[in-house]
Design a protein around this ligand. Structure first.
Ligand code: SAH
Ligand code: SF4
Ligand code: F3S
Length: 413
């Protein structure tokens, strides 16, 4: 069992535990050298959100420390690692499909290691399915085990075991892991992990653990390094960045953090996602308006324009509150690039209620939006609700919404 250093409710991985991982890094390095010679290759593919991309960048950082360089396709790799997403059924189906395609490759190259990690693997029924039906997968680990990758990979390589590490956890914070970044213009910078909101449709709180914030001095130092490296944009990441610092034991909220980051020298913009409307304050909007480095982009997912549906989703705000925020933000920040997410066809939503979403979209005049048809997720409250509207009907509503947004984007409405 790892030794944890406790600080209030957030658990930080201790220096001792990270040192243990350092020893595994050296062990794996030696085994890889013996097995593949100088240049073992890894192929890492990421599904899902920017938080997952940031995780993959740290995974690549550790793989690099272990001696891997990176391949452009799975065919040329000695290790194939898929970092998976569980947000909608479709995302999950794609992963299963692509994992299936690795089976013949593994037959050709029996030494190839296949690893699956991320949100999908943190779900018990998925890990079990992989265990039973995908015997060619060597390593499965959830979101809480990322920092233990060296140890887990050592189990596969050194002890030739199939390794599963998918235990439930409230979540920890592991600092000091290097990132290998794909992008040279924008840098992802996680400021917090997990989610406490339990929107009734959403799997994230179940697979990412409780909300926990990284310490401000560590974030500021990382931002300084990124600015010095010449990144033109730093995007701060969290499922609900507006609750940064809550229950953390340090005295800093998101507005305070933004002000500190804004004061860093360098020619870069600051973007962030996701900003939850229930915790979006006028203080935050005033802060954005006063910043020199704010990107001008605010992603404020509304999900629905109907109050009954918003309550059923457990979003914690009303249509009126949301539109009030939009009005204040647009007035305070000229030229604001406002974007949103919307779910069509939440269980029990009727066409009248969906029309409230259309009218909100007309009123808010988003620059663009991400639209999704409701997808039931195992273990969530919405999965159990009666859902009488057919998928074909929801697809029609979906088209109504995207047609409307297209007209708004073209400036026709
Ligand atoms: N933390 C962010 C959202 C992260 S998930 C927030 O609260 O705004 C990204 C988007 O996926 C959500 O905004 C939502 O629109 C969509 N989404 C999440 N779960 C979904 C589900 N079960 N079905 C359809 N869309 C979903
Ligand atoms: Fe999911 Fe809601 Fe958390 Fe966003 S705030 S990740 S939608 S539970
Ligand atoms: Fe998907 Fe996990 Fe992100 S479920 S959207 S990768 S937090």
């Amino acid at each position: 069992m790892a030794e944890f250093e406790k600080q209030n409710k957030t658990t930080f991985v201790s220096a001792a535990e990270l040192a243990v991982q350092g020893e595994y890094i050296q062990k794996v390095r030696a085994v890889l050298e013996a097995r593949y010679g100088e240049n073992p290759k890894a192929y890492v593919h990421t599904y899902g959100c920017q938080g997952n991309v940031a995780d993959s960048e740290r995974i690549k950082g550790m793989l690099c420390q272990m001696g891997y360089t990176f391949a452009e396709s799975p065919e040329n790799a000695d290790l194939v690692l898929y970092n998976t997403c569980a947000i909608r059924e479709h995302a999950q189906d794609r992963v299963f499909g692509n994992v299936g395609l690795l089976k013949p490759m593994k037959k050709e190259k029996p030494n190839m290691i296949i690893a699956l990690c991320g949100c999908m693997m943190q779900q018990k029924h998925v890990a079990e399915k992989i265990k039973q039906s995908y015997p060619f997968v060597n390593l499965v680990f959830g979101t809480h085990a990322i920092h233990r990758l060296p140890e887990l990979l050592c189990g596969v390589l050194c002890e030739k075991k199939r390794v599963f590490s998918v235990e439930d956890s409230a979540g920890v914070i592991a600092e000091g892991i290097p990132s290998v970044r794909d992008d040279t213009q924008n840098a992802w910078l996680p400021i917090m992990y997990g989610c406490n909101n339990f929107c009734t449709y959403c799997v994230v709180p179940y697979v990412r653990g409780r909300e926990r914030s990284r310490k401000p001095d560590i974030i500021i130092e990382e931002a300084r390094e990124l600015a010095a490296k010449g990144f033109g944009q730093i995007t701060l990441l969290g499922q609900n960045v507006n609750s940064y610092g809550k229950n953390s034991g340090f005295d800093m909220n998101f507005s305070g953090l933004l002000r500190q980051l804004d004061a860093i020298d360098g020619d870069f913009k600051i973007d962030f996602m996701t900003s939850h409307p229930k915790d979006c304050t006028t203080e935050l909007i005033d802060t954005l308006a006063s910043m020199k480095k704010f990107s001008g982009h605010l992603h404020l997912p509304v999900q629905s324009g109907n109050n009954r549906i918003l309550a059923a989703m457990n979003r914690g705000y009303t249509r009126e509150h949301y539109l009030g925020l939009v009005e204040y933000a647009k007035k305070s920040i000229p030229g604001l690039d406002l974007t949103t997410d919307i779910i069509v066809g939440f269980p029990g939503e009727n066409h009248q209620e969906f029309c409230d979403t259309l009218s909100l979209v007309r009123e808010a005049q988003f620059a663009s939006m991400f639209t999704f048809i409701f997808s039931p997720r195992k273990g969530t409250k919405a999965e159990t609700l009666p859902d009488p509207v057919s998928h074909a009907e929801k697809a029609k509503w979906f088209k109504e919404l995207t047609d409307l947004q297209e007209k708004i984007t073209k400036g026709e409405i």
